[in-house]
Design a protein around this ligand. Structure first.
Ligand code: ZN
Length: 55
């Protein structure tokens, strides 16, 4: 039996616009970045954390 390997993420797949990975890409607020990059971005933009402490 032959099984065609189909790609889960078809056309218009989500891709991190920072590193270009397809792993754990979250399009929050149209960011389209992976979790890893999100952390970096959040640090830059100053992501509001619950109960912000003086850093
Ligand atoms: Zn990334």
């Amino acid at each position: 039996m032959q099984k065609r390997r189909e790609i889960k993420h078809g056309k218009g797949s989500r891709k991190c616009r920072r590193c270009g990975t397809h792993h754990s890409v979250i399009r929050r607020s149209g960011l389209n970045i992976c979790r890893r990059c999100i952390r970096e971005v959040y640090k830059k933009i100053g992501f509001k954390k619950t109960g912000s402490r003086g850093g």
